[in-house]
Design a protein around this ligand. Sequence first.
Ligand code: TXA
Ligand code: MG
Length: 323
Amino acid sequence: MITKRLLASTPEDIQEAGELLKAGKLVAVPTETVYGLAADARQPEAVNKIFAAKNRPTNHPLIVHMPGADRLNQWAKNIPEKAFQLAEAFWPGPLTLLLDKADHVSSVITGGLDTIGLRVPNQPVLLKLLREFDLAVAAPSANPYQKLSPTTAEHVLAGLDGKIAAVLDAGPCGVGTESTIVRINDKNAEILRSGPISADQIQTHLSIPVVTPEHHTQAVSGNKAVHYCPNAKVKVKTFEQIKDGNKNALIKIAALVFTGDISPEGIETISKLSSNHINYRHDFYAVLHELDNQNVDEIWVEAPPLSDDWNDIVDRLNRAAEK
Ligand code: TXA
Ligand code: MG
């Protein structure tokens, strides 16, 4: 299959992306977090193709992306009042709510679970596409299973070229890490995957406590320990350790820091990102893709600050380092 590159700046290309989705094809679409590999959520055969393209196990559930919170009742039932409060506060935006699925929702989407992950993405071109074609799309991140997530159309093509009908290129994603996943019950709200919206931010909109279970992986099926991996081995180190350099001439190292400008011995390439978490997050995956393309053995990443705002970065790095 030849994968078409469509441009989000061209109305005819947006039209074509919509027609491909309606025809049951896979199209990688921009969201504010990372690019998603989309299929029409009302066509289980189309959704099913996602698993083969990504090489993802079929029992890993997918998030459904809707054009507005007014569609919540189409996809979920028994929706708690507090879920509407969060939707009101954070949509469109990088928040996924886990709710009871509506009866019609195919188990292909939910991996056989009775719940469904829903969000309204904050990406103007995608919202326009979803609205104009009256679509909701099931979309995981548009990368091969367990690999680094894509924040540009180039990243998508590097992993999925030839396996999907098209990618709709809207340039780099605005936010940069995957959405915060929240499950609400009567007693509390649980953060099952940390993301750009922090626990503190969610807490300001809720009267019940916001908790972060220590072990995400059991609660969210498919949310595996090994995930988000570049080809090189990731090692999380302190700034001082990286500054000390690499004394083993047999291994090629790249490093990613945010504290200061350094050029340690024995380190092939060093990238510096902002110490502001918003700017760091924006470039995080792109820098990891870039360093990984240099065919190094290891990528040393400076340990992020232990603060609520950085939890998603810490989580992704820990999982990348599990490999
Ligand atoms: O920002 C994002 O969330 C991106 C963009 C494309 O929207 N999507 C994304 O999808 O990261 P994915 O499939 O790579 O990760 C979704 C996570 C998986 O760990 C999956 O197991 C979990 O959400 N998930 C989805 N539906 C679920 C459900 N009903 N119950 C438990 N976990 C669910
Ligand atoms: Mg993913």
